[in-house]
Structures are given as structure tokens and as C-alpha cells.
Design a protein around this ligand. Structure first.
Ligand SMILES: O=C(O)[C@H](O)CO
Length: 375
């Protein structure tokens, strides 16, 4: 029997690799003859750069860049073994996790750092850049990133503007004289965690700026800035930049769209294709996936729903392991799960379950999954 184990991380307690290892150990303790394939997963968000780098037998490169508040930090990206492809995650250089809560302010934050990482990879001579965006602290529509790649943003008076969200509304001209020469010859793919447009009620400012520290007044200013920048880019380059996904990462895809030959794809679809997951699921008899918390978000393009889609396509029995499940039974039906196994229990405090997730996982697999397979 071939069993595929392809879970996401259990955020705050186990990495995807640890979840794989624990499930595998429990199953082999039951039956050492099982053929087990483990594939630690990510959905395009946190952990994707590691996933893509390790599945390409790649290595990591560290560069000194600027964080969202222009402070120096070291950030890393992956590069494939053949040095052809670089794998970057926006959040490593421009992410919310780099700021303390009181520092969050999308009027003053920049994507300069992720642009510097891109420039570093271009200087190394990669032919392809794959960039995961989301979890950002910014709403500058990629202005900082573009500046790191050689664009200068000028005001009506011809003065250089600092690349932060607040200044989008003041951009009058883009000076492209010193734009990085490799931008036009390098393939760019962005994978996004959301499909929001650049501006408007579902745009970057209205939907994501509040979590980055914006109040109502800032949201209005940022949204107007995005609208202004969008029409300037359309006039200058003749390309539409208010497309689905342009509102991800504080609007960064808008700038990349006009500077490169950009492809924008949903994160999970990209990972499924990159890891050839179709093949793995097709060859398995049983598929096990999971994540820390199964909830409404699980149903919209996360690892569990992506794997569930494939299990359904190839008619494979699907088992889901979760720290907790907050979805009612009828919402779970669409995932077509043979059995859902949860680690938490109403009588046990959540932090106990989080701390002891590895032990609990081993126990539950033996008690519930093995039991089910034996029956
Ligand atoms: O970074 C952000 O703005 C959100 O994660 C949506 O992409």
C-alpha cells in the first residue's frame, strides 16, 4: 500500500516536515512494510520559498537589505541547483513580522527590501524569478521595489519621492533611465495569497491596510494613491494594472507588471504544478493531509483544499489531520474527507495540545487512522 503524506505546517507548533515525520513514524510502527511518500507542503504563503528551494535541491543566499522601515537587515532567498531560478518570499524583506505592533504604518513602509533581493538575484544572473507575495507590511504598490530596480519617482516639481505608501498620490513622472537591464530578459512569476484588485472597496488599502496599522483616514489616502498610480502606469506603459491579484502584497504586482513580462498565479495552483502533485496523488492508495486549524479559510485555496481537490479527481481516500476544526459538518462535506482526525479535545487546554502536538499526533494516528485502516 502506498500512502502519500502531504500536510501544511501546524502553525505555532509543528513544521510541515515534522508533521510528515510524526505521521510516518506512527504508521511504520504499525506496519513497517508500508510504502510512504512524504511531501511537506505550503500554500504559497509562509514556508513556500523553503519548499520550492528544497524541492529543487537548491541553496540559500543571504543579502543585506532594508526592512519596511528602511533599517538594515539580512534576508535570504533560495536558488535552484542549476542557478537558473530564484525563489523569493516578499515577507522575508518587507513583511509584517519584521515590525513591532506599534511600528505598523502602511503610509511610511516600503518594499525597498524585496526589490533589493530581486536585484541581488538578477545580478547573480538567474533566468527566472519566482516570488511569493503576501504577509506584507506595505501599501506602496511596489514603489520601493521599483526604486531598488532602478526606477526614480518624481513629484510635479521634479523632486525624488521617498518610496512609501503615503507618496503614491504625489508621483508625477517615472524616470526609467537606470532601470535594471535584466528585467526585460528575466521571466517573472508571482504567486499570490489573494485575488483582490489594486484599489476600490476590495482593493489593497480597504481590505489589508487595517491589519498593517492604517486608520480610516489613511485608508482613504492610500486608496486614492493606488488609483492615481494605477492611472499613471496605464498612461505611461499602456498596460492595465488593476487586475485580480494586483491588490496582494500592498499592490506590489502593479509595479512589477509594467517593468517585466509578469505572470500572476494563485499560490496553491502554482505549488501543485511545481511539485507535480497530480502524479503523487495518482500513484497513492491513501492520501493524508492536514493543517493546524481547519476553518473557512481552508476552503479557499489552502493546502488541505488543494490536496482534497486532487484526491477527489483521482478517487483516493483522503484523511485529514488537524490541530482543531472550526468548520461545521456540512461545510466539510465539499472536501470529501474519509476521516477527520483532530488533536485538541474540549477537556484539554489548547496550549497543552500545541506544546504536545507531536506526541498527540502520533497517538491519534495510531488510535484513529490505523484503527480505521484495520477495520
Ligand atoms: O500582504 C498583504 O497585503 C496580504 O497578505 C494580502 O496579500
Amino acid at each position: 500500500m502506498t500512502i502519500l503524506i502531504a500536510p501544511d505546517k501546524f502553525k505555532g507548533s509543528l513544521t510541515a516536515q515534522q508533521v510528515c515525520d510524526e505521521i510516518k513514524r506512527a504508521l511504520l510502527e504499525w506496519n513497517g512494510a508500508l510504502n510512504i511518500v512524504t511531501l511537506p507542503m505550503a500554500d504559497g504563503g509562509e514556508g513556500s520559498c523553503e519548499l520550492l528551494t528544497s524541492s529543487s535541491n537548491g541553496k540559500y543566499i543571504t543579502a543585506s537589505v532594508h526592512d519596511p522601515l528602511f533599517r538594515n537587515i539580512d534576508a535570504r532567498y533560495g536558488i535552484s541547483k542549476d542557478n537558473r531560478t530564484a525563489f523569493l518570499e516578499m515577507a522575508t524583506a518587507s513583511g509584517l513580522q519584521l515590525l513591532k505592533k506599534h511600528e505598523r504604518n502602511p503610509m511610511q513602509t516600503t518594499t525597498l527590501g524585496i526589490g533589493e533581493l530581486i536585484a541581488h538575484a538578477l545580478d547573480l544572473g538567474v533566468k527566472e524569478i519566482i516570488l511569493g507575495i503576501g504577509g506584507s507590511a506595505t501599501n506602496d504598490a511596489g514603489m520601493g521595489m521599483a526604486e531598488a530596480l532602478g526606477v526614480q519617482f518624481l513629484s510635479t516639481e521634479g523632486e525624488r519621492l521617498k518610496p512609501v505608501g503615503e507618496n503614491l498620490r504625489y508621483i508625477h513622472t517615472l524616470d526609467l533611465t537606470n532601470v535594471h537591464t535584466k528585467l526585460s530578459t528575466t521571466a517573472f512569476t508571482i504567486f499570490c495569497d489573494v485575488d483582490n484588485p489594486l484599489y476600490g472597496p476590495r482593493g489593497a488599502a480597504h481590505v489589508f491596510a487595517p491589519q498593517k496599522g492604517a486608520n480610516e483616514e489613511m485608508i482613504q489616502i492610500l486608496d486614492e494613491g493606488l488609483m492615481h498610480y494605477s492611472s499613471l502606469l496605464e498612461k505611461t506603459f499602456g498596460r492595465t494594472v488593476n487586475f485580480p491579484g494586483a491588490g496582494a502584497g500592498g499592490g506590489l504586482p502593479a509595479s512589477l507588471k509594467v517593468l517585466t513580462n509578469l505572470k500572476v498565479v494563485p499560490g496553491m495552483d502554482f505549488i501543485i504544478k511545481f511539485l507535480k502533485l497530480d502524479e503523487h496523488v495518482r500513484h497513492a492508495d491513501i492520501v493524508i493531509t492536514g493543517e493546524g486549524k481547519v476553518d473557512e479559510q481552508t476552503l479557499s485555496g489552502k493546502v488541505v483544499s488543494g490536496i482534497a481537490r486532487l484526491a477527489k479527481k483521482y478517487d483516493k481516500a483522503l484523511f485529514v489531520v488537524a490541530g482543531t476544526c472550526e468548520l461545521p459538518e456540512h461545510r466539510l462535506e465539499q472536501l470529501n474527507i474519509r476521516k477527520l482526525i483532530t488533536l485538541t479535545n474540549p477537556n484539554v487546554p489548547e496550549d497543552y495540545s500545541m506544546k504536545n502536538a507531536a506526541i498527540l499526533l502520533n497517538q491519534r494516528i495510531k488510535e484513529e487512522l490505523v484503527q480505521h485502516l484495520t477495520d
